[in-house]
Write a new protein. Structure first.
Length: 481
């Protein structure tokens, strides 16, 4: 602390509580309604500083954040007060944003802590009251400060001045209490930068206390970049290894008082992900799979695939691209992608040679492409050759299987080619005796017939009750009377 004790005088600490008296330590402590501050203007008395000290008035210069401090007191340094008597102070004591009493309890009333010094006032350090329940690192402020005093010969005594108040305008704004240097910092993890493969951290100074301008010295542990810093921060630090990192902050004030804090920070690696894909075995198949492997990071992991799946591995995949986001317990992510392919589609081409009328000389020429050679063949005739020959009229079906077990089926129908004219054999001379041929009609003829010549046996021999068809099986027709 920059302020040194010149001489110590104990103050009379006067506080009035609206709702009855309350004793703090061995001093009568009450709360009093705020004085009227109208007319403040004179600057005959000034406060140099307010600080926390021990029973002897020596400043408490350092402490460890979070530790309770005992046997400590609040002191005021009067830097100007020539020929003045009966100094009177009123203020609210703030711990951060909470209004508190001197015991550290939150106070919601409107009365102020009131302190009076009877008699002659001279520059020096005065003990106001013992601080109870103060924890290292807490920041204290005096707000709504009122200061009054009397001139020699007055018989009023300390309190709200009866004559026009003599106030030091310089000290009406809030007064920050000089507290011990309490180094501290927070840190926030990140997932590394530039593909470092390890977490990084941002360190933010939260130190309190000290006198005047403070200086800072950081060290960030092994394999850090940067490894140290001499400014307040915040500082973004990357690491090239995992493990426990010893991070230290040293804070020094203008008087050379110094204090430090060290924290062990655990740095994890960040996750990496890789996928081994199994392609679909057949064209149009859905038996592909993606086998994900995660290394590094901190378990457990969560998974989210672009299919919506949340399992580590996925299966039953068709042709396509699949990607996954892996998130570890630290919130760091890894991305991976795999493309599932499928074989070329099996393609069958059947070329049939139709057989002659009534013959067994048909043939099928099979051509296979796509899939994975070699192929095997199975015809509905039981044949296992690629091509067939010596076939009669009918439908032939083949199933082709490739080396991956993929199958394709196709069929072809062979028909007889009827390009022969039918032969009708009749007696060379057809004589009809005992009747006139004109008497033979369709009604009394033994066989239906037509007197009109035709080039098509089906036309010549189609009458009521009888049909002859040239269907590829008929080789000849003999007409017998």
């Amino acid at each position: 602390m920059g302020m040194k004790t010149t001489h110590l005088k104990k103050l009379i600490f006067i506080v009035l509580l609206l709702c009855g008296g309350l004793v703090f330590s061995q001093t009568t402590v009450t709360m009093q309604a705020p004085c009227n501050v109208s007319g403040c203007g004179a600057q005959d008395v000034e406060i140099g500083s307010v600080y926390i000290g021990d029973i002897n008035g020596d400043p408490i210069t350092t402490c460890t954040v979070g530790d309770p401090l005992t046997d400590i007191y609040l002191y005021v340094d009067i830097s100007k007060a020539a020929s003045k008597i009966d100094l009177y102070l009123q203020f609210y004591l703030m711990n951060g944003t909470d209004k508190i009493d001197k015991d550290g309890n939150v106070y919601v009333g409107t009365d102020k802590i009131s302190i009076g010094i009877s008699g002659s006032i001279s520059p020096g350090v005065y003990q106001m009251f013992e601080l109870v329940n103060y924890t290292c690192g807490e920041e204290l402020t005096l707000t709504d400060v009122y200061i009054s005093w009397q001139t020699p010969g007055s018989i009023v005594g300390p309190g709200c001045a009866t004559q026009q108040s003599k106030c030091s305008g310089e000290n009406l704004p809030p007064i920050d209490v000089q507290t011990p240097i309490a180094p501290d910092f927070t840190f926030e993890y990140n997932c590394g930068t530039g593909g470092s493969g390890f977490q990084g951290a941002t360190y933010t100074n939260t130190s309190t206390g000290g006198d005047g301008t403070l200086t800072y010295q950081w060290t960030f542990g092994t394999d850090s970049s940067p490894s140290m810093a001499t400014t307040e921060g915040p500082h973004l630090v990357n690491y090239t290894s995992s493990g426990t990192k010893m991070v230290t902050l040293i804070v020094t004030d203008e008087d050379g008082d110094t204090n430090s804090i060290t924290k062990n920070i655990n740095i994890d690696s960040t996750p990496n992900a890789g996928i081994v894909g199994t392609n679909a075995s057949c064209y149009g198949g859905s038996d592909g799979a993606a086998d994900l492997t995660v290394t590094g990071g901190k378990a457990p992991y969560t998974y989210l695939w672009n299919t919506g799946a949340t399992t580590e591995d996925i299966s039953g995949l068709t042709e396509g691209t699949y990607d996954v986001v892996v998130t570890d317990a630290n919130g760091c992510i890894a991305l991976a992608e795999v493309t599932i392919t499928q074989p070329q589609e099996l393609s069958l081409s059947l070329l049939g040679s139709d057989l002659s009328c009534g013959g067994s000389d048909g043939a099928i020429d099979l051509t296979v492409s796509g899939g994975i050679a070699p192929y095997t063949y199975l015809w509905n005739t039981g044949a296992t050759t690629e091509d067939l020959s010596g076939l009669i009229e009918g439908t032939y079906t083949v199933t082709v299987t490739d080396a991956d077990g993929c199958q394709k089926e196709d069929s072809i129908t062979l028909v007889s080619i009827d390009n022969e004219n039918p032969v009708i054999s009749v007696p060379e001379n057809l004589g009809i005796e005992g009747c006139d041929e004109n008497d033979i009609t369709a009604l009394n003829a033994r066989y239906p017939f037509s007197l009109s010549e035709s080039s098509d046996i089906k036309d010549s021999f189609v009458t009521t009750g009888y049909t002859a068809s040239d269907d590829g099986v008929i080789a000849s027709i003999t007409y017998i009377d």
